[in-house]
Design a binder for this molecule. Structure first.
Ligand code: 5GP
Length: 116
């Protein structure tokens, strides 16, 4: 069994968060430490710690992260100007929460992809 993180409590609404989308397989909520005017985390409800643990049976739910991202980008009115989707994996990428999540960032020019 994969280990629970704070994100499982958010999915179950045991701790406060601003959930902007939820269904039986995916939850999306605003990042507590927003790095841009729109900063939403889109996660599978199933615990997958990192991209390294992804299996073929996860392909449908992980595809859904993209359809939810596109829907939310439109709702946030950032779809035309553009936005960035980020999934960090392990230490070199700075992953802090080991429940796979996609960051949806937008609402301002985001600059170069990597800081130096
Ligand atoms: P990572 O660095 O793992 O890709 O990103 C983890 C993200 O989760 C960070 O941007 C951080 O601000 C966010 N985060 C961590 N704990 C919480 C929380 O309790 N609530 C919310 N809404 N976001 C959180």
């Amino acid at each position: 069994m994969a280990k629970e993180t704070i994100f499982s409590k958010i999915i179950r609404k045991e701790i406060p968060s601003e959930i902007v989308y939820q269904d039986e397989t995916v939850t999306a909520f605003r990042d507590i430490n927003a790095q841009a005017p729109t900063h939403i985390l889109i996660i599978p409800n199933k615990i997958i710690p990192t991209v390294n643990e992804v299996t073929p049976e996860d392909e449908v739910v992980l595809g859904k992260l993209f359809t939810v991202a596109a829907k939310l980008a439109k709702e946030e009115n950032i779809d035309k100007d553009g936005y960035r989707l980020i999934i960090n994996c392990n230490g070199h990428a700075g992953q802090e929460v080991f429940h796979l999540h996609m960051h949806l960032l937008g609402g301002r020019a985001l600059g170069p992809m990597l800081s130096r």
